[in-house]
Design a protein around this ligand. Structure first.
Ligand code: MG
Ligand code: ZN
Length: 350
């Protein structure tokens, strides 16, 4: 008996030492490539001469993407799982399959803990993926309600499109909460601090080949504002239109979207490398287009791609991570594992 209890105490001490020794992150940058399968990643890598910024990541794995009611998820259920740690039905945002139970995201708990928060996307800021982190609606199409959820969320830095969803009254509501509203990239560039609502297009931003450096620049700007908070920050970034080019079955534009997302990843990883206290997690909500590579050439950058579907597929998607807590993302995981792994890295206990 006595020996057993000594062993137990010793094990408890060992466990505590192990927990204390685990490095904790001060900041998290969670990056979601909508529709980004491993073949999309490798097509971009091929077009780029064999390398991408995301290769700096030291941990990698797979995520299972099925939703509560479908083998093949949509971005609402996929985003909700990634954000809140619960699988729901397709089309639903931040609510359980029962339609009433509200689900709370990693971003929400980071905010509760006093961290600054941000979202950067290349579609409307009320689109399914970003809305998964702040909205609670039974349909992703309830744009007016989602806009009010965004107002309530009090996210510090909001950058994307969707100006059409913000009428005069809504803008006044945001201004009353001290948001600086800008509608141009120059306007955003000039901001240095404080709360930001940047609505840079009436709906979605243009596709990558016509968008310039909007996404990488916005990620850089969001980081520069959010990192002024000594308590740390949580930033969600979406490569939103990789999915669109999968639906459109356009290999060239798909690669452009991937390279643009990887540029944004480069900005995040550069900051994380310098900072040393930032966890970067990169994954997808699902694959789009059943995209395969039939041939490629690293010298010319040519990729012979083929799409086998007009919609999403059920294949697992890749996961890449860098920084303190990144080792948690090695190997297989459910899309519902991300929330608690991220909160664990931030040392936020629920
Ligand atoms: Mg999306
Ligand atoms: Zn899609």
């Amino acid at each position: 008996m006595k020996f057993k209890s000594i062993v137990l105490v010793f094990n408890l001490i060992l466990f505590q030492v192990a927990v204390l020794a685990q490095p904790k992150a001060k900041n998290v940058i969670f990056m979601i490539g909508d529709g980004m399968g491993i073949n999309q990643v490798y097509a971009a890598m091929t077009a780029n001469g064999g390398h991408l910024n995301l290769e700096k990541c030291t941990a990698s794995g797979y995520s299972k993407t099925y939703s509560a009611n479908k083998y093949i998820t949509d971005s609402a259920a996929g985003g909700t799982a990634l954000a809140t740690g619960t699988k729901t039905n397709n089309n639903m945002l931040g609510v359980a399959p029962d339609s009433v139970t509200k689900l709370w995201s990693s971003l929400y708990f980071a905010k509760e803990q006093g961290l600054s928060t941000g979202i950067v996307v290349t579609v409307s800021v009320t689109h399914a993926t970003p809305a998964s982190f702040y909205a609670h609606q039974t349909s992703r199409n309830m744009r007016r309600e989602i806009t009010q959820d965004l107002l309530k969320s009090d996210i510090d830095v909001i950058i994307g499109g969707g100006l059409n969803n913000f009428n005069k009254k809504t803008k006044v509501q945001f201004e009353a909460k001290n948001y600086q509203i800008v509608e141009t990239e120059e306007g955003l560039e000039n901001l240095r601090q404080g709360k930001v609502l940047a609505l840079l297009a009436s709906k979605d931003l243009p596709s990558a080949s016509k968008r310039g450096e909007m996404l990488p620049n916005s990620v850089e700007k969001a980081i520069s504002i959010l990192s002024q908070d000594t308590a740390g920050f949580f930033l969600m970034v979406e490569g939103s239109q990789i999915d669109y080019q999968g639906h459109a079955r356009n290999t060239t534009e798909l690669i452009n979207e991937m390279l643009d997302f990887d540029k944004a990843i480069g900005k995040a990883l550069d900051f994380a490398e310098q900072d040393g206290n930032t966890l970067v997690v990169i994954t997808a909500d699902h694959e789009t287009g059943a995209f395969t590579i039939l041939d490629g050439n690293f010298e010319t950058g040519e990729v012979k791609g083929k799409f086998n579907s007009f919609y999403h597929t059920g294949v697992p998607v890749p996961v890449f991570a860098y920084g303190p807590g990144s080792e948690q993302f090695n190997g297989w995981q459910e899309n519902t594992d991300f929330r608690d792994k991220i909160l664990n890295a931030l040392n936020i206990k629920l």
